[in-house]
Design a protein around this ligand. Structure first.
Ligand code: DGJ
Length: 723
């Protein structure tokens, strides 16, 4: 990676400020008179001395009913604080809430220039300590925050445990703005990542998952602005929690115009018991300020995810084939070999065997947990298929769902106690399955052993790790700290993925939970891409991909071309349109190739080849979301050096008299000249201000792919945009 602009984080005791300088922003914290870290600034760089000289904010509405102090970096339950508290603790004598004494600040710089600042706090009377952690990384404006909460009591003296009712990773604060707007992602199975943008109500707004998974329904990302930001301009503050289980974020806009939010793992009602000598560390909550609008925010997030989250960002995501939509559970050696042969002929690079290959699995009711090949379908095991797939020049991928079990399985018969359950409650089965309690060390060890054996014995290059149900009736009767399950299960999933990658350096993992039910920064730190949604209808996908792209880059967004009419929506669309939508992500194929005509197979092979040409720009470039007249939306992918550009534009429905107008490409260099694949030259200024002619075919489901290369050498040294 080229040298990245450096970052700093330090506590300036003269100014009384903790200061985090990133290439484009400053984050500042002051220790308040009561010892609690208070928010000072999150925005453009400012002179720290000038910041220090600013008086504490005084609310015009101050009274004996209202605090006028600056907002907390982590809200506590004591003092004149009445908003949602990020830290909620109870001591054995019934006392509620912490009161801090600021102890110290510690700074550490890694060899790669990453800087960590830790603010050390101790309760004034009880054996409770906290570290508020801050980390900044070279080249990025993202601030990483977390909390380490410690019971500092004496283990040997038998000190009482401390009950933790809430432990957020961070609380965030906006400057006072004339108004506030919230952008977040909502949805459900088959409709993940729908962007929702509303005026922020004067209220407490909670975004949460109570499912033990990140969830299809809400996403631990949000963006706030004053209501005027656009795709390319305006201040945007956004945060994303790196956690793959239940979570909760509460945004509080008060009546006198202050907006804060606090978030972390676990939903309401969970409580943890902190034993003497123990430390509970939260997941990281990341925050980004930008004045580049929603598009600028997304590009900064994408750069951060590529540089600091994804394990193998420089590798091209392979074009994959997966027969799930084509065959369902009816997989067998002959059928998969036939599909593999056809897929290889199309230029596919990775062949993934999905659900149905193991145990007694012929439908959803049986077999989960029994991870040995079903002899009726794979009499010689999986090796003959894996070997043939490799011989055809493709990698071999395998679907697994290691956290789950069917009652009708040898695993459940042998270990009925391994499931997440409360014995005095009826266990709800979803998709005929129960969830295994990976928080139990023996279950975690079994899962790791099983997956390790599968990868080793079958030359598996890629695991698709699925999870098709949330927690219900979660319990651990008799356990001293039963709700730890919600944290420990998720941490076990992360640990197993990390271990597998460490032991099999070539192995790649795809995150999946019935589509996009477990996509987050923590899962992407140990996987290569996420299965975005089980909904592969290209029209629905345009919206899903739009939402996904707010935070995550195209290389992490698996997108398949499947059959038409689509299984989810019954909509019929042309192959080219399906491809053009999927080509904006990590392209895959998921149709029944045995039913594709010669003409369709030929067109598909051409489009796969075309995708490989544009793949580096799509997967590693900067993405600019565009919308034009006539119902057109598009993504302009620009190579980092500005030399190559790919435009994918879609118009699902047409209206007479409302033809698509030329689409302006504001991210291009107006002083440059660009050449398209037909050899036509375009003046940059025309493309920037007037737009490019899309030349869409007539009718519904029209789409186009335009590639432009910059031809003038003089502009070669100029970056497309400063970031
Ligand atoms: C849900 C996934 O999202 C699908 O792609 C497929 O793998 C099925 N599970 C298999 O059961």
């Amino acid at each position: 990676m080229p040298d990245q602009p450096s970052v700093t984080a330090r506590y300036d005791s003269d100014l009384g400020l903790a200061l985090l300088h990133t290439p484009g922003s400053l984050y500042a914290v002051r220790i308040g008179a009561d010892g609690s870290p208070r928010h000072v600034h999150w925005g453009p760089p400012l002179d720290p001395a000038a910041l220090a000289a600013l008086p504490d904010r005084v609310s015009p509405a101050r009274s004996s009913f209202e605090s006028d102090a600056a907002a907390d970096e982590l809200g506590i339950q004591t003092g004149d604080r009445f908003g949602p508290a990020g830290l909620q603790v109870r001591f054995a004598d019934g006392t509620v809430g912490a009161q801090w004494h600021f102890e110290d600040a510690r700074q550490h710089t890694d060899a790669d220039g990453t800087v960590e600042l830790r603010l050390l706090l101790a309760d004034r009377r009880y054996p409770l300590g906290a570290v508020l952690g801050y980390r900044v990384r070279p080249g990025s404006d993202v601030v990483e925050r977390w909390v380490e909460l410690s019971h500092t009591g004496d283990r040997d003296a038998d000190a009482d445990p401390i009950t933790v009712d809430r432990l957020d990773s961070a609380s965030w604060t906006l400057p006072r703005l004339p108004d506030y707007r919230i952008s977040h992602l909502v949805g459900g199975w088959n409709s993940e990542f729908q962007l929702q943008r509303d005026r922020l109500p004067v209220a407490e707004t909670t975004l949460t998952s109570r499912r033990g998974l990140t969830s299809h329904h809400a996403h631990p990302w949000l963006a706030l602005d004053d209501g005027t930001a656009t795709e390319e301009s305006g201040q945007v503050w956004s945060t994303a929690l790196a956690w793959s289980g239940s979570w909760r974020i509460t945004v509080h806009r008060d009546a006198v115009g202050r907006a804060t939010w606090t978030g972390g793992f676990g939903h309401e009602g969970l409580r943890w018991s902190l034993a003497p000598g123990e430390t509970l560390t939260t997941p990281v909550f990341t925050g980004l300020w930008t004045d580049g609008g929603f598009g600028g925010a997304s590009r900064a997030w994408h750069a951060y995810v590529r540089a600091h989250v994804l394990p193998a960002p420089a590798q091209d995501r392979p074009v994959l084939y997966n027969s799930w939509e084509a065959t369902g559970f009816a997989v067998d050696l002959d059928g998969q070999l036939r599909l593999a042969g056809l897929a290889a002929g199309l230029g596919v690079e990775l062949f993934v065997l999905d659900d149905g290959w193991f145990g007694g699995r012929r439908d959803a009711t049986a077999g989960l947990g029994d991870w040995t090949p079903y002899p009726g379908a794979f009499p010689g095991g999986l090796r003959p298929l894996a070997d043939e797939v490799h011989r055809l020049g493709m990698e071999f991928g395998l679907w697994v769902e290691p956290e789950m079990v069917n009652r009708d399985s040898d695993l459940f018969r042998a270990h009925p106690d391994w499931v997440v359950h409360s014995p005095t409650r009826d266990a709800t089965e979803l998709r005929d399955q129960l969830m295994l309690d990976l928080a139990r060390p023996e279950v975690e060890a079994w899962a790791l052993r099983t997956l390790d054996g599968l990868v080793r014995d079958n030359a598996v290059d890629w695991l698709k790790w699925d999870a098709n149900r949330p927690f219900t009736e979660a319990g651990r009767p008799g356990h001293p700290d039963p709700d730890r399950l919600w944290v420990d299960h998720t941490r076990a999933v992360h640990r197993i993925m990390d271990r597998l990658r460490a032991d099999h350096p070539g192995l790649r993992i795809e995150a999946c939970a019935g589509g996009g039910g477990r996509v987050d920064l923590a899962v992407l730190a140990r996987t290569d891409q996420a299965w975005t949604s089980d909904n592969t209808d290209p029209v629905d996908r345009i919206g899903i991909q739009h939402g996904f792209s707010q935070l995550y880059p195209a290389q992490a967004m698996a997108a398949w071309v499947t059959d038409s009419p689509n299984g989810a929506t019954v909509r019929t669309t042309p192959l080219r349109f399906r491809f053009h939508v999927a080509m904006a992500g990590a392209l895959g194929l998921g149709g029944d190739l045995t039913h594709w005509s010669e003409a369709e197979l030929k067109e598909a092979a051409e489009l796969v080849a075309r995708y490989k040409e544009i793949r580096p720009v799509v997967q590693r470039g900067r993405a600019h979301r565009l919308s034009g007249q006539g119902g057109v939306t598009a993504v302009h992918h620009a190579a980092e050096d500005g030399a190559e550009h790919v435009l994918l534009a879609w118009r699902p429905t047409t209206r007479f008299g409302h033809e698509a107008a030329p689409l302006p490409l504001p991210a291009l260099d107006a002083s440059a000249t660009y050449r398209d694949d037909a050899g036509r030259e375009h003046a940059g200024a025309v493309l920037v201000h007037h737009g490019i002619e899309l030349e869409l075919p007539r009718g519904d489901y029209a789409s186009t792919l335009i590639r432009l290369r910059r031809v003038d050498a003089a502009a070669g040294a100029r970056p497309l945009e400063e970031s």
